[in-house]
Unconditional design. Sequence first.
Length: 262
Amino acid sequence: MNTEKSLAGARIVVTRARHQAETVARLIRERGGVPLLYPCLAIAPPDDFLPLDDALCRLGEFDWLVFTSSNAVAAVADRLDIVTPQPDWSHVSIAAVGAQTRDAVRIAFGRDADFLPEQANAQGLAQGLPVPRAARLLLPQADRADPSTAQIIRDRGAAVSAVVAYRTIMGSGGIDLPAQLSQGNIQALTFASPSAVEFLLQRCPQPKLFALPAACIGATTARAARRLGFERLVVPPVSGLSKMLEALAQFLLAQPDFAEEL
């Protein structure tokens, strides 16, 4: 079978924020699947810009600017255009959690990231970042970010300033998910963050969700999904959207009912 069509006919729920959903949708379509958009989260400004603005005004004092999401890149780029005085941070190194965040850095700042971890997740970034003791890091994050990322870096002897750059809130719109569930029209769910799992269950508290395969971008998201009741977890050995969909395709092809339809 052509692996590029390995999701042939599968109707897959995309829970990412509306502005990020098309990336996943395109990958699903390339594999012959049908993406069903159901935004479970959205991005909002922080309640108070002062901590972020203060840190950005002093950006030149840091050794590293660490990004764990493309949303953080966008938030920092927006505020850097506003804050005064404008900092000189040409010497500051940039770390990005993965390829999508690295691409966002290139677009926003016209330069490449200086470090990407082997595992595209926040824990891998925190553990692999090449920082000496007493290095100073700025970590702009979501309000719901896992505090362990900053703590891992601090435990290595570096000084971390973690500031809220944006808020993650529940999304809206998309398909009529309850109706699709009742009609048995969905083959799988996809999650790219723990927040997506939590907000899905708030938006659509349907027991039928737990019978579906839940494809998770990495181990952190998978732990959240398991804690909230999902048991049919699909987790790639290496974090990433493409890897997640490859793992989902392999999982679905192993299901007799799905394979018989191909």
